[in-house]
Ligand binder design. Structure first.
Ligand code: ADP
Ligand code: MG
Length: 587
């Protein structure tokens, strides 16, 4: 019996709100339908979309696995791990174009939005986007802006480990437990301690590092291989970009293999980045690799201890340890969990998928879906936030001290007011400097921005100034300050993204909108061409000719839109690849 739109029909009045896990290495998109969260596939039929943007020779933009293929042969036209730079004022060059990290993220978001629109057969306007719990105000503001630039109304930004916990809570509502979610992805590390009881999820504490992830583990391996010949990674990257990008590809494969096998061999490209017919290899055991990663594992232990301390729990009080993020597949991490908590972790859900599924559950909570009407979730502010103050020591004033307004791990949303005072009589202006961190001196904390309070009424030194910090459910901070009877001033925290004027944002949007995406329907064919090109570079010269010719004919047919011609060129290319033992789905 025919079914008309049974898969993709939604009530028309409420816009569909998708969930997006905007990852450092992979991104996913999800939706809540028929009472449960589900993932949406991209143009290649994959659930994971590499967070890589590439510019093709003709200027068209590709996102995802086609860009990942392109990255190997043309790294200068691709950008990746740009999530690490979110909120920073830097430009990344792709060919002759320049992008900010949030512009690149907006291109990934657009591609995910298009995948959702294609599968759900409806226009997508609304999204929940996940961010690392340890993302600060600059990074969150940049993420929201990326969403807006992609034409999305960002209904909520939610912490990644919280999203993972929502999935756990969704499936095990009646449990009463203390949980610890450890999220180690490609570029970030978060740990979150929470309590679940009767459908209520209470986040107790969060800690982490926004500059530690699987990529650092890969880098250790690349460095180890290069140090065998006394070469430094940073230097080699500058001098021999193709060699390092191929070597990194081999190390990435080796790292994954070592999650299953006890040892492996890494193929070594030569100085120019080419592989010989019988390339040299470097043998690495799992134990060696684990030892290499010792310094990184020490950085993992610190935030776990801090989160437990803030939650007033001991490792033995944790009932379940939940692992999230691709890097938690590493045995070194799993062994660490067993050592630390005295029990093996729970792996009920695919660590790659659970954050995106949680974003869809959050979307259902916002949309008040009946399937989640008995669920409640509370989250926390992961940082201590405050302002710089002056202290008096025996009549002598000393500035540079930090005074907290919101303490780390307070439940959000929260709005708190503190009273400060002027230091001089008839002081008319105060520059409020806002910081994040736990150090006594502001110099040791992270500066978030400044707020200028002007036109204070005349009065003696010590006149009050009220400062209010409001931290919303998306983790965005608003600062407000006023003197009694005076004007109220609100944050214009002076970080890069906050500093963009509405006109500048409009201008950037226009520039991004004018970019041409490579057509989604053809993306799989483009990916095949880029894969063949990458393989061409990896084959020994004596094996190249046949593939070279087949690729030329395929690309030529792709450029002309002669379907019949194209189909046969594609068949030939696939045949040649398979005769060389190269499977194009095998990454
Ligand atoms: P993100 O959310 O930051 O994009 P992911 O959760 O997708 O990150 O994890 C990506 C990281 O996981 C990469 O650094 C990748 O190398 C690593 N990874 C994926 N699979 C494995 C595996 N089997 N063994 C070790 N590391 C893995
Ligand atoms: Mg992730």
């Amino acid at each position: 019996m025919p079914e008309f739109g049974s898969d993709s029909s939604f009530p028309t009045e409420e816009p569909v709100c998708i969930g997006i896990d905007l990852g450092t290495t992979h991104s996913l998109v999800s939706v809540f339908r028929d009472g449960k969260p589900e993932l949406i596939s991209n143009a290649h039929g994959d659930k994971l979309t590499p967070s890589i943007v590439g510019v093709l020779q003709d200027g068209q933009i590709v996102v995802g696995s086609a860009a990942r293929e392109l990255r190997v042969t043309a790294p200068e036209r691709c950008a990746w791990v740009f999530k690490r730079y979110m909120g920073q004022e830097r430009k990344l060059k792709l060919g002759d174009k320049e992008f900010t990290p949030h512009e690149l993220s907006s291109l990934v978001l657009q591609s995910l939005r298009d995948d959702a629109a294609a599968q759900l057969n409806t226009e997508i306007t609304d999204a929940v986007i996940t961010v690392p719990a340890y993302f600060n105000d600059h990074q969150r503001t940049a993420t929201r802006l990326a969403g807006e630039m992609a034409g999305l109304n960002v209904r909520r930004m939610i912490n990644e480990p919280t999203a993972a916990a929502l999935v756990y809570g969704f499936h095990a509502r009646e449990e009463e437990k203390n949980l610890c979610v450890i999220d180690l992805g490609g570029g970030t590390f978060d740990v979150t301690v929470m309590e679940v009881f009767e459908g209520t999820l209470e986040i107790r504490a969060t800690a982490g590092e926004s500059m530690l992830g699987g990529e650092d583990f890969t880098d250790r391996m690349v460095s180890a291989v290069l140090s065998g010949e006394d070469t430094q990674l940073e230097l080699a990257e500058l001098q021999q970009p193709l060699r390092v990008s191929r070597l990194r590809g081999e190390c990435e494969k080796a790292k994954r293999l070592l999650s299953k096998e006890e040892s492996c061999k890494i193929r070594l490209p030569d100085q120019d980045g080419n592989f010989a017919e019988k390339p040299k290899t470097y043998r690495l055991t799992r134990a060696d690799f684990s030892r290499m990663c010792d310094p990184l594992m020490q950085r993992i232990a610190g935030p776990i201890a801090r989160a437990l301390r803030d939650a007033e729990l001991d490792p033995k009080d944790i009932d379940d340890v939940i692992l999230v993020g691709g890097s938690t597949r590493m045995p070194v991490l799993r062994d660490f969990v067993v050592d630390y908590f005295g029990k093996p972790p729970i792996i009920d859900h695919d660590p790659d998928e659970v954050v995106a599924l949680g974003a869809a559950v959050q979307a259902a909570l916002i949309g008040q879906d009946a399937a989640v009407d008995d669920m409640v979730m509370t989250d926390v502010c992961p940082f201590t936030l405050g302002v710089e103050v002056v202290k008096e020591f025996g009549g002598h004033m000393q500035d540079g001290y930090f005074k907290p307004v919101l303490h780390r791990n307070c439940t959000i949303p929260i709005s708190r007011e503190e009273v400060f005072s002027t230091v001089a009589a008839n002081q008319t202006n105060v520059t409020l400097r806002v910081f994040q961190g736990d150090a006594r001196k502001v110099a040791d904390n992270t500066a978030l921005g400044e707020l200028e309070v002007k036109g204070l009424p005349p009065g003696p030194a010590g006149s009050p100034i009220y400062v209010r910090f409001t931290y919303d459910l998306s983790g965005v901070l608003e600062v407000e300050a006023y003197a009694p009877g005076g004007e109220r001033f609100r944050t214009v925290l002076t970080n890069h993204v906050h500093q963009l004027s509405p006109a500048q944002i409009e201008e950037a949007k226009r520039r991004i909108d004018a970019l041409k995406f490579y057509p989604r329907d053809d993306l799989d064919n483009q990916k095949l061409a880029r894969f063949a090109e990458r393989m061409l570079g990896e084959l020994h010269p004596s094996q190249r000719q046949q593939l070279d010719e087949a690729l030329d004919i395929y690309e030529d047919a792709m450029a002309r839109s002669d379907r019949e011609h194209f189909a046969s060129a594609k068949d030939t290319l696939l045949m040649v690849l398979s005769s060389l033992g190269l499977d194009h789905e095998d990454h």
